[in-house]
Design a binder for this molecule. Structure first.
Ligand SMILES: *[C@@H]1O[C@H](CO)[C@@H](O)[C@H](O)[C@H]1NC(C)=O
Ligand SMILES: *[C@@H]1O[C@H](CO)[C@@H](O)[C@H](O)[C@H]1NC(C)=O
Ligand SMILES: *[C@@H]1O[C@H](CO)[C@@H](O)[C@H](O)[C@H]1NC(C)=O
Ligand SMILES: *[C@@H]1O[C@H](CO)[C@@H](O)[C@H](O)[C@H]1NC(C)=O
Length: 355
């Protein structure tokens, strides 16, 4: 497994703690079985149409990324990297890069047509941490967390700045679904869709994030009977996005949004809505009156900042009775486009839909 083998037993034990060097895709299965449970992924080229399949990991495995990981080009709808396991430690070492080179697929259409584009990373991790990843130019959705529990993702950068000028679309940053107790902290996201979105699951925290260029921080879009419970989004900055924060539920679908808190969120240079909550969401734009969808125990506290003159500071359009027990404390200014809010609880004092 390692050329140092020839230097004798002493060196072998040193090689054991330094891990299995994975720089050749053909060795992937051997790496996953390696007895020292440490995989060092360096300067790896993943062949076109293939997944860097880190599922079926042994419990307690450490995965380190060093150098640059790249991917061959093919039109397909798979996932470039998958991770699954228990008590997994993923570490991005200084100078490493997961480079999706998404520009090869970008055509301004994202997931809605044009070239078939792979998603970047999907993880199903339990009792695990992911630290310090540096991810660049996702072809479309970037970091999807699914069926995870007790997971911490920290100090991760998603840099899809290039997508702004070169046709990046649906380059969602972090997505969390069907998970419990996931915390994402200290991340930076530069992209062209939601910075963070959760569509199902409970006890999700998104904190200390900087979001630039995308569509804001979202709950939803909700539907298909999915429930989001106990989400805290705090201490974030949302800059030059189309929206600051939003909750979107789909018309004529079921589910619930319970106990969501947005706290200490600074927004700046927002082009459309500082805060938007809508019950008639469709990808292609709102359609007709919303249908009931409970949004219960919503706290929007110290959400503040500035919307462009052409935008609306706060907009709510939900079906009567959907909004249950909302607390608001916001200071959002700048947007001059007035719109009529509907479904806002009577006791709410925000200047909904106003300048
Ligand atoms: C989790 O994995 C680490 C190695 O990364 C190990 O030191 C630790 O003992 C494991 N924890 C449990 C509970 O197995
Ligand atoms: C939530 O996950 C963290 C690890 O990120 C863990 O330390 C904590 O015990 C978990 N909490 C619960 C209630 O499971
Ligand atoms: C993560 O980032 C925070 C804030 O920048 C910093 O304080 C912390 O030391 C970093 N943690 C790691 C493990 O790099
Ligand atoms: C939501 O919070 C309220 C108190 O604010 C609590 O009574 C209720 O049990 C919580 N619901 C969920 C689903 O966590």
């Amino acid at each position: 497994m390692c050329s140092t083998f020839f230097f004798g037993t002493l060196v072998i034990s040193a090689a054991v703690t330094s891990g299995f060097d994975l720089n050749n895709f053909d060795q992937l299965n051997a790496a996953k079985k390696s007895p020292d449970k440490k995989i060092v992924i360096k300067n790896l080229l993943v062949p076109a149409g293939k997944t860097l399949d880190l599922t079926g990991l042994q419990s307690n495995t450490v995965i380190e990324f060093t150098g640059r990981v790249t991917f061959g080009y093919q039109e397909w709808e798979g996932t470039l990297i998958e991770l699954k396991g228990k008590n997994i430690t993923v570490l991005g070492k200084p100078g490493h890069l997961l480079d999706g080179e998404g520009q090869r697929w970008w055509d301004g259409k994202g997931g809605n047509g044009g070239k078939k584009k792979p998603k970047f990373i999907r993880v199903s991790l339990v009792d695990s941490t992911v630290t310090g990843l540096h991810i660049k130019n996702s072809p479309r959705h970037c970091f999807m967390i699914k069926s995870s529990e007790n997971l911490r993702v920290q100090n991760t950068t998603i840099d899809i700045k290039d997508g702004a000028k070169h046709g990046g679309h649906n380059t969602d940053g972090f997505g969390v679904s069907s998970s419990r107790n996931v915390t994402i902290s200290n991340s930076e996201v530069y992209n062209q869709d939601d910075c963070f979105a959760t569509t199902s699951g409970s006890d999700t925290i998104f904190e200390n994030a900087k979001c630039v260029g995308g569509h804001g921080i979202s709950i939803g879009s909700m539907g298909s009977g999915n429930v989001v419970e106990r989400v805290v989004i705090r201490n974030c900055r949302v800059l030059a996005n189309t929206n600051g924060i939003r909750i979107k539920t789909r018309k004529e679908e079921t589910g619930a949004v319970r106990n969501v808190t947005f706290e200490n969120i600074e927004i700046k240079d927002i082009s459309k809505y500082g805060i938007i909550i809508q019950g008639n969401y469709y990808n292609s734009g709102p359609r007709g009156d919303p249908t009931p969808f409970p949004i219960e125990n919503l706290v929007i506290k110290n959400v503040r900042g500035h919307v462009a003159r052409s935008g609306t500071n706060i907009f709510v359009w939900v079906a009567p009775g959907s909004a249950i027990n909302w607390f608001w404390n916001t200071k959002i200014t700048g947007g001059l486009k007035e719109q009529q809010c509907k479904g806002v609880p009577n006791d709410q004092t925000s200047r909904c839909g106003k300048k």
